[in-house]
Ligand binder design. Structure first.
Ligand code: SF4
Ligand code: SF4
Length: 223
């Protein structure tokens, strides 16, 4: 899923400093799972903004609405009678949300309350970790299910750098060297030779390097 963090409150307050009436829109997708932008977090942000603005002596009217997904026009359409009623709309979805909202309602201004960080999962309650960089041409089968594109700090594909020490990455003792893990697993399974095989060069055109991407499923496209 997409993992995100809420922006600092001062940043959000600054975005809507000219406003008197704002709508906060949450999303029941990934940002709900990582406890950042679901109905509960929308309620918390609304309260914080109301209190902060009251303290400034400039009360802010804040309404709350959480839709199924902000990355789907079907659900974004549910806001059509609402968005025009506010000076500004704050999105608590990943970066896709405020963009879909802006495209659907070009006359309104949308502000992101969330910093979108990575594709990952929960490794422990309350801790999410990066696992995929969305490179589009998945090669983790070469590395026993561990992704050096996303999990090596240098995205090395041919083995560890000289900074790997004691199983840790040179950037921090808190960060496991994924190449150390890949090599260890290959050794344990007696398949170290896999890493000596010459692989085709990775096609980076399927990653961001090839420009904005689209995925088309002809069987699902209506004329
Ligand atoms: S190789 Fe690419 S698609 Fe596969 S897990 Fe790594 S970043 Fe994601
Ligand atoms: S120490 Fe390991 S994870 Fe860190 S940059 Fe070098 S190879 Fe990559």
């Amino acid at each position: 899923m997409i993992v995100a963090d809420r922006k600092p409150i001062n940043e959000i307050l600054d975005m809507v400093k000219e406003s008197e009436k704002v709508l906060i829109v949450g999303c029941k997708g990934c940002v709900t799972v990582c406890n950042v932008g679901g109905a509960k977090e929308v309620g918390i942000l609304a309260s914080i903004l109301r209190i902060a603005r009251k303290r400034e002596g400039r009360p802010l009217e804040v309404e709350e609405k959480t839709i199924e997904r902000q990355c789907d026009p079907e659900y974004v359409a549910q806001l059509k009678d609402l968005v025009g009623e506010y000076d500004a709309v704050i999105s608590m979805a990943c970066g896709v949300g405020p963009q879909f909202l802006s495209e659907a309602y070009p006359e309104q201004r949308f502000f992101p309350a969330v910093n979108t960080t990575f594709f990952g999962g929960a490794v422990q309650h309350g801790i999410w970790a990066e696992r995929c960089a969305g490179c589009g041409n998945c090669v983790i089968h070469y590395f026993d299910g561990m992704c050096p594109v996303a999990r090596c700090s240098k995205s090395l594909l041919n083995g560890p750098c000289g900074g790997s020490a004691g199983g840790k990455c040179e950037i921090s003792k808190e960060v496991d060297c994924i190449w150390d893990m890949i090599v260890r697993k290959k050794m344990e399974q007696g398949r170290l030779g896999d890493l000596l095989e010459i692989k085709p060069a990775k096609d980076w055109r399927t990653a961001r390097d090839g420009g904005p991407r689209r995925s088309v499923r002809e069987e699902l496209v209506y004329e």
